[in-house]
Ligand binder design. Structure first.
Ligand code: ATP
Length: 501
């Protein structure tokens, strides 16, 4: 019917326009406004009304149920996986929970840093519960037109139900990444569009009747849980919160084991060592390390990945690609003394901790020292932080010893040192005692800061002055090779110490 009206309209409009021209009416402004109106209509319709099909190719590929992905293919995250599976059992055992009068689960919130496997968890959840999988990202709902985001939310739920029925599945899992984009605290102010989108999401969640198939479960992810609106987090909505944190050493090793499966490793390569050296890396970064290592191996025409490919790959992921910055000889020498300063202090206060010393520019750095953390640390003592500050000050201290002054190369080191002093102050580890920042003046903080850093700088310089021979031995080799592995550096260090003893 509407098609007939459309065709009549298409025929009638030109006739009307010709008639108006005959009457001497200027039709150009009418034409202009009509074209503008029609394009706007189709733009909104295309982006909003048909939200699911908009960007269809992309969305469809994201939504294909990943039958291959199971929880076994997610490395580490044992606690998060266990908690998630327990929550998903509610969906599987819906009859039992009904008998006990348990309120069915509607939303699970995964929180944690980027690249830790939250999306993988949602996909594995769909596999575990034999559900249809739909994915969307918070930013996909954000439009300048009021109401478009809300209509996309509606469409997403509608499509989840339709697909579940079509595919004969009892459940559908809707994964919403970056939920904070639409789920931030509502202030009733400027972001009316965001508020409407969030309201629609809440309405859809309230409308989920979890006893009738297809049952819908929403899994959302964020790394900014603190900014979420409390309406989202209340019981009956996202009331299961699962933390998906950065992996510990065991987790890192199991992630490496998963991603190395399709990559040939040379004999003797130790992934355990790589897990040791990648403290603070996310799963995505670990996958990146193996991928980059394979690229380095290919560039060297090697058939398998060797340990040094992995070492370079860690540097690449951590610091960025090697740059072609041509440094003057003088500058390179200063960088070498600076980096050796860090490395020597590190080796003294924490023997065995240096993993690599480099004087070739990478990313923004002209040189750097990579450290092996002894084990994963979550609690730090005053001594530990002071040692850490001394390692950071080692570069500037070495420049003072060999050049009589510092350079701008220590800026980053000082930023790190200041942040560590701040941590000490906030943790009650300084002579200020236990403080609240509002109760002390800036002067007091500044004074304490200076006392701590000056004393540590003096201790660092004293340490380095006693190791001039280590500098002498390592300097020429570092200048020539540009990279010293932890083992080579330690050998040079031990040799010089025993010679000067
Ligand atoms: P974001 O918050 O940025 O969306 P995310 O937490 O959702 O990130 P994923 O998209 O799940 O992270 O992970 C990105 C990639 O990193 C995965 O495709 C996978 O290659 C790798 N990865 C991350 N965590 C793990 C893990 N625990 N086990 C195996 N691979 C992982």
């Amino acid at each position: 019917m509407s098609k007939i009206y459309k065709e009549i309209g298409i025929g009638f409009i030109p006739v009307l326009l010709i008639f108006l021209v005959f009457l001497g009416v200027n039709v150009i402004p009418i034409l202009f406004v009509s074209v503008l109106g029609v394009s706007l209509f189709y733009m909104i319709k295309g982006r909003g009304g048909a939200g699911i099909s908009a960007g269809g190719g992309d969305r469809k590929s994201k939504n294909r149920t990943p039958s291959y992905l199971t929880f076994d293919e997610i490395g580490g995250q044992d606690r998060a996986k266990k908690e998630l599976m327990e929550a998903l059992d509610f969906l599987i055992k819906h009859e039992e929970i009904k008998k006990l009068g348990i309120r069915p689960l509607k939303g699970i919130l995964l929180t944690g840093p980027p690249g830790t496997g939250k999306t993988l968890m949602a996909k594995a959840a769909a596999h575990y519960t034999n559900s249809v999988y739909m994915a969307a990202s918070g930013s996909e709902f954000v439009e300048m037109y009021v109401g478009v985001g809300a209509s996309r939310v509606r469409d997403l739920f509608k499509e989840a139900r339709t697909r579940a029925v079509k595919e004969g599945k009892d459940n559908a899992i809707i994964f919403i990444d970056e939920i904070d984009v639409i789920g931030g605290k509502r202030d009733g102010g400027q972001h009316r569009e965001y508020d409407q989108t969030l309201n629609q999401l809440l309405t859809e969640m309230d409308g989920i009747h979890t006893n009738d198939a297809p049952r819908i479960l929403i899994v959302a992810a964020t790394n900014r849980k603190e900014i979420l609106d409390s309406a989202l987090l209340r019981p009956g909505r996202f009331d299961r919160h699962i933390e998906v944190d950065l992996p510990d050493k065991k987790g890192r090793l199991s992630i490496l084991d998963i991603h190395v499966k399709n990559k040939p490793l040379a004999q003797g390569v130790s992934l355990d060592m790589i897990a040791d050296q990648t403290f603070g890396f996310s799963g995505a970064q670990l996958e990146g390390v193996l991928n980059e290592a394979a690229i380095y191996a290919m560039r060297e025409d090697k058939l398998a990945i060797e340990q040094h490919h992995l070492a370079s790959a860690i540097d690449k992921v951590m610091m960025g690609e090697r740059t072609d910055k041509e440094t003057a000889q003088e500058e390179k020498e200063r960088v070498a003394y600076h980096e050796l300063g860090h490395a020597i202090v590190a080796e003294i206060v924490r023997p065995g901790s240096v993993s690599q010393v480099t004087v070739s520019p990478r990313g923004k750095a002209l040189g750097y020292v990579r450290h092996n953390p002894p084990k994963d640390h979550y609690l730090y003592t005053k001594d530990y932080i002071e040692q850490q500050i001394m390692i950071a000050l080692g570069g500037a201290a070495a420049e003072e010893i060999f050049y009589g002054g510092r350079s701008t190369g220590s800026r980053n080191d000082f930023e790190q040192s200041l942040s560590m002093v701040r941590n000490m102050m906030d943790s009650g580890l300084t002579s200020l005692g236990i403080i609240d920042r509002d109760m002390v003046t800036k002067d007091q903080l500044m004074k304490e800061n200076t006392i701590i850093l000056d004393a540590l700088m003096i201790r660092t310089k004293e340490l380095l002055e006693q190791q001039r021979s280590v500098f002498e031995h390592s300097f020429a080799i570092l200048m020539k090779e540009e990279v010293l592995s932890g083992e080579t550096f330690r050998k040079l260090f031990d040799d010089s110490v025993s010679k000067s003893a």
